[in-house]
Design a protein around this ligand. Structure first.
Ligand code: SF4
Length: 343
């Protein structure tokens, strides 16, 4: 199970302003017990032993706003499948490992991953609003990669000294699980680095708690001189409801470019009709479908894997149904490669 030291959880404890309280309360009240999850969805206890086994490896976390989009009484709901632990997570499968992208090899500073030319990834928060069962960072040592303010200064120094770095990527955990005071400070400091052009934020929070896109967040987004790209992680069209569409509009009005990356997941989105509808709904919400990733081979997620030949057949079929700009790029991340690899 991922454990967090108390100081690392400070960023998610409700504090700050009235406006922030709402999303932070939702975050704090997310379901964290597999028994509660099953009860809330009207599912019987035959699912509990498997859910408890998976929960022991990577804890359950599901906020209410996401729960409300899951069909009651349907154990095969594609959103539920992303968050309900199952016995298969305990299987040991050849090739599925704890650090599939070998991130530990590319961590020159605490909380900083530098793999690709021109870009660095900063671990903006040690926590997420939702725990996705397929997450490639489900075993990530967040406790070792959560910088103090002094360590952030060292990281900023690293960026300042390397003029080839043009883009800072906030990832996590989910960087938007951190509070706005902290994010405004960090983004302000990044904006002072003359050779940085872009800020990229990878997040699932606008999807799982759309109220996260509040005025406090929009204020620092509007304030930065950096061009800002937000990469949402949406895997199924049912994840996009009216509240998500509204959150996307608010981000667009703040000048943020919205992209989406999905993971191809067995039993969630491994059908042409589902992927086509996902692209359509994303674009209607103002989000460009950018990447469709094949699963990173992380231990505990092998049951989500879709073989390459099937993935390629799916994207070929999609190509015949969608306009080119709605077709995501099918890619895989290979450790040691200079960029993502197309399939
Ligand atoms: S929100 Fe992203 S980082 Fe967090 S568990 Fe889900 S996939 Fe992993």
């Amino acid at each position: 199970m991922i454990t967090r030291s108390p100081d690392l959880l400070q960023s998610v404890i409700p504090t700050v302003t009235d406006e922030a309280r709402d999303w932070q309360t939702q975050l704090a009240k997310a379901i964290r017990d597999p028994r509660d999850l099953l009860a809330r969805l009207g599912l019987d206890e035959r699912w509990l032993p498997g859910a408890s086994q998976g929960h022991a490896l990577f804890e359950v976390r599901v906020p209410e706003a996401y729960l409300s989009r899951i069909r009651r009484g349907d154990p095969h709901d594609p959103l539920l499948r992303q968050v309900l632990p199952v016995t298969a997570e305990t299987d040991s499968v050849a090739g599925f490992v704890s650090d599939p992208l070998e991130e530990a090899e590319h961590t020159p500073r605490r909380g900083l991953i530098h793999k690709y030319h021109g870009r660095v990834l900063l671990i903006g928060s040690p926590t997420c609003a939702i725990n996705c069962r397929y997450c490639f960072r489900r075993h990530f040592p967040y406790a070792e990669n959560s910088p103090s303010r002094t360590q952030w200064e060292e990281t900023l120094g690293y960026l300042r000294r390397d003029p080839s770095i043009q883009e800072a990527i906030l990832s996590g955990g989910d960087p938007l699980a951190s509070n706005d005071k902290r994010l405004a400070w960090l983004v302000g400091r990044l904006g002072e680095i003359p050779h940085l052009r872009r800020l990229r934020i990878h997040t699932r929070l606008p999807v799982v708690i759309p109220d996260r896109i509040d005025n406090a967040l929009l204020a620092w987004l509007k304030d930065t001189r950096l061009q800002t790209v937000m990469v949402l992680h949406i895997n199924h069209p049912n994840e996009i409801d009216d509240a998500v569409i509204e959150a996307c509009k608010r981000l667009q009005n703040a000048g943020v470019t919205l992209l989406n990356q999905s993971v191809l997941l067995r039993g969630v989105n491994d059908e042409v009709a589902t992927l086509a509808e996902l692209s359509e709904r994303l674009f209607s919400a103002g989000v460009l479908p950018y990447y469709l990733h094949v699963l990173d081979p992380v231990a505990g997620a092998a049951h989500f894997d879709v073989p390459d030949a099937e993935a390629v057949a799916l994207i070929d079929a999609l190509r015949t149904r969608l306009a080119g700009f709605l077709l995501p790029r099918l890619v895989r991340e290979v450790p040691g490669e200079a960029s993502k690899s197309p399939l």
